[in-house]
Design a protein around this ligand. Structure first.
Ligand SMILES: NC(=O)c1ccc[n+]([C@@H]2O[C@H](COP(=O)([O-])OP(=O)(O)OC[C@H]3O[C@@H](n4cnc5c(N)ncnc54)[C@H](OP(=O)(O)O)[C@@H]3O)[C@@H](O)[C@H]2O)c1
Length: 385
């Protein structure tokens, strides 16, 4: 039987997740069709992607670059946040791969949900910033929101066929990043190059630094809480350096269900796009005769960002949006050499300590909290320099 091709918008197509998603599409031209592509500033790669996948519309960050690319490709090329939204809601798009990095991913994802598109969600910030609002919209529009984060994909898979009321704990695994074994008293002198060298995953710069501080896991705890409707108290984090067990769910009888595979983001991306079918996406098969799996607890002193994320989740409202905004600025400043590695949690703690929380009742509340967090972070970092 002929299968109808699924029309895709790939937001963040030039990034680590975006290129992996396109690799999955390349393997299954009969299943998937790229309808739109949205990138940021990497024009050379975006142009190559557009020439290969022949989308109907492309979007980029800057308008000058958009005009140039439009002349070269001969198709509509839009710019800025509006451009990414157009790419997300374009007719013919059935599923949006939301893989822009950072808070910039929120608005196009929300627009896509409101336009009735299914979402394959890599941009965890969408749920960190506006989880309750986004989940309400997903329900109201009857769209499917599939996690792409490997941990959340694993939890999703471990929940299938089980009763939600029997769940006692969600256990997210964390590789521990490049500084798991480094002496804590030497972390202040970590360089951006050292922090970017992740032992297991090849990812974008922001998420790589967040993996080194474990803020990425903190953001994932928040994401999991909203996505699966599980309170912070029922979510724990365990260090698992091999990144083979992608996460687990514990049930009332003490049974634990996990999902395992070699660490390759094409796995969860393909699953999110083909669910409920499973398709081959190039993953190396596990050889259990050679596997050694280690688990340990994260040291709070080494990874203070994790506790900050739990605290923001428990505070609720717009606290997670402020946490994320301050972290985005702090990471950017660390990468520019203007903040030491250990300054990242210090700035986040200081900003959250000064934040007079707000209720989260609209996307405008999120935008305001994001703006406050960024301003506060900049002035705190300025005062340190
Ligand atoms: N990488 C992973 O393994 C992984 C795993 C789980 C979840 N995630 C999540 O997936 C998201 C993407 O991560 P990544 O590692 O793929 O990041 P990345 O490699 O840095 O890619 C980010 C993508 O977003 C685009 N972009 C950045 N700012 C933009 C803006 N303002 N408007 C439009 N496009 C913009 C970039 O464009 P240019 O490069 O062209 O400028 C690029 O295409 C993040 O939320 C991350 O937490 C990633």
């Amino acid at each position: 039987m002929d299968r109808e091709q699924k029309g895709l918008a790939i937001l963040g197509s030039t990034g680590s997740i975006g290129t992996s998603a396109l690799d999955v599409v390349r393997r299954y031209p009969e299943r998937f069709r790229v309808v739109t592509l949205a990138g940021g500033t990497n024009m050379e790669l975006l142009k190559r992607q557009a020439e290969e996948f022949r989308p109907e519309l492309v979007s980029v960050l800057e308008s000058d670059a958009a005009s140039k690319l439009k002349r070269e490709l001969g198709i509509p090329v839009k710019a800025g946040a509006e451009g990414a939204i157009e790419a997300a809601i374009h007719p013919g798009v059935k599923t949006v791969v939301s893989a822009v990095s950072g808070a910039a991913g929120l608005l196009p994802t929300v627009a896509a949900i409101r336009a009735g598109k299914d979402i394959a969600l890599a941009n965890k910030e969408t749920l960190v910033l506006a989880g309750p609002l986004v989940m309400e919209e997903v329900k109201a529009r009857g769209v499917r929101l599939m996690p792409v984060d490997s941990e959340h994909s694993a939890v999703f898979q471990s929940l299938l066929g089980h009763r939600a009321e029997d769940l006692t704990r969600v256990i997210l695994t964390a590789s521990g990043g490049p500084f798991l074994k480094r002496r804590s008293d030497s972390l202040h002198s970590v360089t951006p190059d050292e922090a970017l060298r992740h032992p297991r995953w090849n990812m974008g710069r922001k998420i790589s630094i967040d993996s080194a501080t474990l803020m990425n896991k903190g953001l994932e705890v928040i994401e999991a809480s909203f996505l699966f409707g599980v309170p912070a108290e029922k979510i724990s984090v365990v260090i698992h350096p091999e990144s083979i067990v992608h996460s687990m769910v514990e049930y009332a009888d003490g049974s634990v269900i996990s999902q395992m595979s070699s660490p390759d983001m094409r796995g969860p991306i393909a699953y999110a796009l083909s669910f409920p079918e499973r398709i081959e996406a190039g993953l190396k098969r596990l050889d259990f005769s050679r596997l050694m799996l280690d688990f340990s607890s994260p040291e709070p002193g080494r990874f203070p960002c994790l506790a900050l994320a739990y605290a923001a989740l428990k505070e609720g409202g717009t606290h997670p949006a402020v946490l994320n905004a301050v972290d985005e600025v702090a990471v950017e400043m660390f990468l520019k050499g203007r903040l030491p590695f250990t300054g990242i949690p210090e700035v986040i703690a200081a900003a959250l300590g000064r934040y007079q929380g707000r209720r989260l009742s609209s996307i405008e509340d999120v935008i305001e909290a994001d703006r406050w967090g960024r301003e506060e972070a900049r002035s705190l970092i300025e005062a340190l320099n």
